[in-house]
Every structure is written in C-alpha cells, then in structure tokens.
Write a protein that binds this ligand. Structure first.
Ligand code: FEO
Length: 169
C-alpha cells in the first residue's frame, strides 16, 4: 500500500506533468499561429510526451494501491513575445519540475519507499535530458539573436528534431 505522503506527492507530480503538457500545447498553438511551424511541431510532440509522463505516474499510483486523482488545471499562459520567451519559459518550467521530482525522491528516502524511489529515477534522468535540451536551444537562439534568416532555419530544423538526437537540437 502506498504511503499517504508519497501518494500526495505523486499526485502533485501528476498535476505538474499535466500542466507541462497544457503549457507546451499553448506554446505550440501560439507558434503555429505565428508562422513558426517547425517550433509548433516540436512543442506539440513535447506536449504529448508530458502527457505520457503524467500517465505513467497515474498508472503507477493506482498499481501500488493508491488513488490517482485527476486534477483541475489553471489555464496556461497563451501570449508570447517570440521564440526567446517561449524557450526561456520552457526552461524555467522544467527547472521547477526537476525541483519537484527531487522533493519526491527525498520523501521516498525519508519514508523508506524504495520502490517509488526506483520508479522516480526514470524522471530524474529524463529531467537531465530535458533541461540540457532547453539550454542548448536557448544557446542557439542567443547566438542567432534577431537575424531573421537564422531564425527561419532554426524553426525549420526544430520541426524535424527528434529528442534522441540530443546533439542536433
Ligand atoms: Fe515531464 Fe518535462 O517534465
């Protein structure tokens, strides 16, 4: 049976992953409406991945005898000044997600729930990749600055980027 504190922490994480999915969906929609179709594709895929992260938690909570509660979500931000703001927001959001995951891991150790601790390691590793990817993208955007040809190519390349190509972001 899942410890009550762990169940509450995991349910909070369900909410955060769901918020991530909605936030990236909102960014994807904004990008698609502003001629940034490559960025939109990248963000639509990213939003789907976050939904999978949420589902994985929901299934785990229920499998361990907990009760996964599907939360209400606040509307995500839906206006952005451009690509820089989108990816700055994305990195800040992921940094917050990482902190939250670390808190769950810490709690697992406190209550000696080694099964959930093991399960959470997948999320710890995923966050390393997601933060690194967001930083690489921001570095590239900072290099490009306001050069429109550079931004055009950046957007085009992001549309065909697949997460396993971490060197190509
Ligand atoms: Fe599921 Fe991007 O954290």
């Amino acid at each position: 049976m899942l410890n009550e504190k762990i169940a509450a922490a995991l349910n909070l994480q369900v909410k955060l992953e769901a918020q991530s999915s909605q936030f990236y969906l909102s960014m994807a929609s904004w990008s698609e409406n502003h001629g940034l179709n490559g960025t939109a594709e990248f963000l639509f895929r990213h939003s789907d991945e976050e939904r999978q992260h949420m589902l994985k938690l929901v299934r785990f909570i229920n499998e361990r005898g907990g009760n996964s509660v599907i939360p209400a979500l606040p509307a995500p931000k839906n206006k952005f000044s451009g690509l820089h703001e989108i990816f700055e927001n994305l990195l800040a959001h992921e940094t917050g997600v990482t902190e939250s995951i670390h808190k769950v891991v810490d709690l697992c150790l406190q209550v000696k729930d080694y099964t959930t601790h093991h399960f959470m390691q997948w999320y710890v590793a995923e966050q390393i990749e997601e933060e690194a990817l967001a930083r690489t993208i921001l570095d590239k955007l900072n290099m490009i600055g306001t050069d429109t040809a550079g931004l055009y190519l950046f957007d085009r390349d992001l549309g065909t980027f697949l997460p396993q190509d971490s060197s190509a972001a």
